[in-house]
Design a binder for this molecule. Structure first.
Ligand SMILES: Cc1ncc(COP(=O)(O)O)c(C=O)c1O
Length: 413
């Protein structure tokens, strides 16, 4: 006898991060922190190994009146001021002239999972990147969806042929597409697509939409850490070309943008040519919101709006040095990786760099690294190095050490 629903998946979540974080902490206690390279944690940390929490964000949050914190939001879809500001913030000067509706969600997670459970019916297939944030698969599973994956890269660029091939297969089978693209600053490879790649994706999805509805979920969780903030949003201009059978859903999160992972605030931006169709999706999202989390913390929404308008200069001035810091960390690691022939996926920007390691060798390599006090996270076809939390001095010499350990492991096989 079981108490849970018949379709429940009873396999416990495989925890690939927190168990390794704990091992790294234990090693630091036993052998001293200077001996240990801890590249596990996926949040922004400063050079002293401390979690970054922006003063320009939290000081004002702490001053918000208790009653404003206590209050429900003004609507299940979020406060209007927040919803309007999200559109301004996400697109800046690159808002495509599509109809746009915003639903506030608990982080980007809420936007992605609601998309999965409202867009597809059970047993349909969502298309994901092969190397990806682990929650996508879990969310698909929870919503009784199948997954198909496209290979991310062909040499050092986006694998358009794999993307097309997988989409066509799924489209032929279910006459509908839901595709996830996590760009810019892809987790965990740090890839950002070029405009040309985006244009080709959009042309292709337009073509697919002659057969059935196409929904493109663009997860932009790490966008605000691009190394080129002036340009990073310009790819949104390509969405101008979307035809009316394609719906764009942008999953936005303030977790990374504002270092407020615990505050659970983000949004899904629904964009499409036909306002009636977009409204239809909005209705379904609103009901899902109301039936799942009810509403998003009022003060979190108001604080985001204030910080990104009234306090914008201070906020950007506080965030930029951390972007520069990640650039410094990644430059060191990548330069040395190149010198020592350590293969990494094509990193451009973002929180993580991922080594190319085939799955057969990965577990053993991961263990061998830990024996040498190097802590990382296993991902599909790779080993993730979290430069978002790895101090500069620990970046020096790391690629060579990792390459030496890999060589020894390969020699032993
Ligand atoms: C690729 C990606 N998308 C979305 C999220 C959502 O995060 P949150 O729900 O905290 O906004 C994360 C968090 O790690 C992520 O890595």
């Amino acid at each position: 006898m079981s108490f849970v629903r018949k379709t429940a998946n009873l396999v416990p979540i495989v925890d690939t991060v927190f168990s390794i974080v704990k091992l790294a902490q234990k090693d630091k206690q036993e052998n001293g922190p200077e001996q240990v390279v801890d590249a596990t944690i996926g949040s922004l940390y400063d050079e002293n190994g401390t979690l970054v929490a922006y003063q320009s964000f939290f000081d004002h949050y702490n001053q918000i009146d208790n009653k404003a914190k206590a209050k429900y939001a003004s609507s299940f879809t979020g406060n209007d001021s927040f919803r309007n500001q999200v559109v301004r913030w996400v697109f800046h000067d690159h808002a495509p002239s599509l109809c746009k509706k915003v639903i506030a969600t608990p982080g980007g997670s809420g936007a992605v999972s609601t998309t999965f459970n409202t867009i597809l019916d059970q047993n349909e297939t969502v298309i994901l990147p092969e190397i990806a944030w682990g929650s996508y698969k879990l969310m698909a599973q929870q919503n009784c969806l199948n997954t198909a994956v496209y290979s991310m890269f062909e040499e050092d660029h986006f694998n358009l042929s794999s993307f097309k091939e997988v989409c066509i297969q799924v489209l032929n089978a279910q006459k509908k597409l839901l595709v996830v693209i996590n760009d810019p600053c892809h987790n965990p490879t740090g890839y950002t697509m070029t405009h040309e790649e985006w244009k080709e994706v959009i042309d292709f999805l337009n073509e697919c939409s002659k057969t059935g509805p196409v929904i493109l979920l663009n997860d932009i969780a790490y966008m605000d850490y691009s190394y080129n903030l002036n340009e990073v949003r310009s790819y949104f201009d390509c969405f101008e070309a979307l035809n009316e059978n394609v719906l764009l859903i942008v999953a936005f999160s303030i977790s990374k943008t504002c270092t407020s992972y615990g505050l659970r605030c983000g949004s899904a931006i629904l964009c499409g040519k036909d306002p009636e169709k977009v409204r239809e999706v909005e209705i379904v999202f609103e009901k899902a919101a109301r039936a799942t989390w009810s509403n998003i913390p009022n003060a979190a929404m108001d604080n985001f709006t204030w910080v990104t308008t009234e306090n914008l200069d201070n906020f950007l001035a506080e965030k930029q040095p951390y972007i520069d810091l990640m650039k410094q960390r990644s430059d060191i690691f990548l330069k040395e990786a190149k010198e020592h022939n350590l293969s990494v996926y094509p990193y451009k920007e973002g929180f993580f760099i991922t080594l190319q390691i085939e799955n057969e060798l990965k577990q053993k390599y991961h263990e061998a690294l830990m024996k040498e006090h190097i802590y990382t996270v296993q991902v599909n076809q790779g080993i993730r190095v979290a430069i978002c939390s790895l101090p500069v001095d620990k970046c020096y010499g790391l690629a060579k050490k990792m390459k030496d350990i890999l060589n020894r492991l390969k020699a032993a096989h």
